[in-house]
Design a protein around this ligand. Structure first.
Ligand code: G6P
Length: 616
């Protein structure tokens, strides 16, 4: 993963780089570093293990001058997260310095070859190998920095987004990418350039952004037009995009954590997601992708869904919604498994790629494979302009705004909302959903944001309840039907941020294994809302209670039967079965959040995780 930032212009680079790193910290926070090149040609590099704040502490009182610089926040792949392995790396001569996001797969071989040519390595990283290769190329062929980068990149296998500076040419930064995202922001009159892994470090400085494509190299030179070429030095015509990123969405807005802010934003975000799509006056759901690709969508042989993590859970809900309303068979695959499974996929298939970041490496590769095989790709993405969004044939943005907390919350409900709209819109075109059902669901969808607000009012009560659970070691989450993926998602949330082992299971399947774990010390969270499988869930609950398991149940308001069995209950407003995940997941998000806070953990940046997984 990792996040990279670069600046070249007339202002002090240091504060811009640090602010950018904070905004990219969601990508990894094992170590951070910055390289600054000042007017006297002096290159200062500072690195610290851990978060960006550690780097800031270290840099206090140091020389922070320079209007050219690059910086990095790391999620370790090659080599332990220590200071030596932290970026920026320095070439053997001390002239070149570089930051990198991605993995150079043939780094081992290249390292050996370079050692034979007299290069020494300080770190265990693949990044240092690439940097030495650039230096070797420059020395051997007497090339300038841009050409050395191009030639060296032709020799590497793997993924990279890089920014490189040479202390001998202080007016230039070279940036390049393949499979890892990279954006270049262009200031007015080309007087300054901002390089970053996504647009967030650039927002607030300029809204003109160029997203580099695979194997493109950007030459950013002070007071010169941005120049982009391929690795073969072919000129690329680039068009800067006007982006409109609300900077206020990038701060915590008075909440103690991004995660809590994002949980509380859900009513507002889901209204944004439905705006212009759910049209009450016309009693219709209109999605441009469905209008434009009506024939392919309604005549598809089957749908496939590829995704990872929370987005995979949303896909499981999407499958149920589409099969119910559209009567099209749907298969859901982990993108990481799909891409290596020699999948049977081709023309006539529609492959849905679900991704908050739009950059997840496995999902992106699965999409490319599906495209190469002739399938149509439909992206359900949050990050506008991201790689998956760009490579998809069509799609529907979830439009919930930047999600910064590592544990995904509002993206999950946004993805689920998009699936509900899609299933209804496609189902209506296919004639597989009757008008009364369609209108009832359309009406109820609009009530969801208010109903989520009512659940959010219970946040303090859930906080109090969380105190009893913070000391537990294991949890089981059980649900059926539409609530089964919610059980998986609830367990994932708890694992991610509280480091408590939690398993999600289809409730009836519990008796084939997990029930052996149940005792008086094992909290079992049941999703027991008033829907078709309610009676069945009650029986499953009886089985747990009979084994002295402690039941915490999510129930529909006014429920009496579960209350008699469960230790604790959290009520949610009643809704249609097809929309229940949009409500039932919210108390589970709050529960995980409050348990992690009660344990004193870092909710927004849990250990070992990263928000955007751009390595496979
Ligand atoms: C990481 C994040 C998860 C996310 C998953 C898939 O593991 O921590 O929150 O669900 O990647 O990411 P995507 O951006 O493709 O939805």
């Amino acid at each position: 993963m990792c996040g990279i930032v670069g600046y070249l212009g007339y202002r002090d680079a240091y504060p811009i780089l640090i602010k950018g790193l904070h905004r990219l910290e969601y990508r990894g926070y094992d170590s951070a570093g910055v390289a600054l090149l000042n007017d006297e040609g002096k290159l200062n590099i500072y690195k610290a293990v851990g978060k960006v704040s550690n780097l800031e502490k270290l840099a206090v009182g140091q020389d922070q001058s320079g209007s050219v610089g690059i910086a990095h926040t790391r999620w370790a792949t090659h080599g332990a997260p220590n200071e030596v392995n932290a970026h920026p790396h320095l070439s053997q001569s001390g002239d070149l310095t570089m930051v990198h996001n991605g993995i150079i797969e043939n780094a081992g071989t290249l390292r050996e070859q370079l050692k034979e040519k007299g290069f020494h390595f300080r770190s265990d990283t693949d990044t240092e190998v690439l940097l030495q290769l650039i230096e070797y190329t420059r020395n051997k062929h007497g090339l300038d920095l841009a050409s050395s980068v191009r030639v060296a990149l032709k020799k590497v296998i793997g993924a990279y987004a890089i920014a490189v500076i040479d202390r001998n040419t202080p007016d230039t930064i070279i940036a390049a990418r393949k499979s890892s995202p990279l954006a270049v922001g262009i200031g007015e009159d080309n007087c300054e350039f901002f390089i970053a892994s996504d647009a967030s470090p650039i927002a607030g400085y300029t809204n003109r952004i160029v997203y580099l494509k695979d194997e493109e190299v950007a030459v950013c030179r002070r007071d010169k037009e941005l120049e982009v070429t391929t690795l073969n030095e072919d000129h690329v015509d680039v068009q800067a995009k006007e982006i409109d990123l609300d900077v206020s969405m990038l701060d915590k807005g008075g909440f103690p954590h991004y995660m809590l802010k994002e949980i509380f934003e859900q009513p507002h975000c889901l209204r944004d997601c439905m705006r212009g799509r759910v049209l009450p006056a016309h009693q219709r759901i209109v999605l441009s992708a469905v209008t434009e690709h009506r024939e392919e969508l309604i005549h598809a042989k089957r749908y496939l869904m590829v995704s990872c993590g929370t987005s995979w859970h949303a896909a499981l809900i999407g499958k149920q919604l589409i099969e119910q309303f559209c009567r099209i068979p749907v298969e859901v695959a982990y993108a990481s498994e799909f891409r290596y499974s020699n999948p049977v996929v081709g023309p006539g298939d529609v492959v849905f790629a679900i991704s908050q970041s739009g950059e997840t490496a496995d999902t992106l590769s699965a999409v490319q494979l599906a495209k190469n095989n002739g399938a149509m790709v439909f992206g359900i993405v949050n990050a506008v302009g991201s790689s998956i969004a760009r490579v998809s044939d069509t799609g529907t943005y979830i439009h919930v705004g930047p999600e910064i907390g590592v544990a995904s919350t509002k993206a999950f409900t946004g993805q689920t909302t998009v699936f509900a709209m899609l299933a209804l819109a496609i189902g209506r075109e296919r004639g597989t959903v009757d008008e009364a059902t369609y209108l009832e669901a359309l009406e109820e969808l609009q009530q969801i944001p208010d109903k989520i607000s009512r659940i959010l009012e219970q946040s303090d009560a859930i906080r109090d309840l969380a105190q009893d659970y913070a000391g537990k070691r294991n949890f089981l989450y059980l649900g059926r039907g539409m609530n089964y993926p919610v059980a998986l998602e609830g367990a994932l949330k708890l694992k991610e941020i509280s480091y408590i082992h939690a398993e999600g299971y289809p409730a009836a399947e519990m008796k084939h294994g997990p029930i052996a774990l149940v005792d008086e010390d094992m909290p079992v969270v049941f999703l027991a809302t008033h829907h078709n499988l309610y009676e069945k869930i009650l029986s499953n609950m009886q089985e747990v209670v009979a084994r002295r398991g402690k039941v915490l149940a999510i129930v529909t308001e006014g429920d009496e039967q579960v209350r008699r069995l469960a230790d604790k209950v959290i009520e949610i407003p009643s809704t249609l079965n097809c929309l229940v995940p949009l409500l039932s997941v919210v108390p589970l998000q709050l529960l995980a959040y409050h348990i992690a806070v009660a344990k004193g953990l870092d909710v927004d940046q849990p250990r070992n995780l990263a928000k955007s997984v751009t390595v496979e």
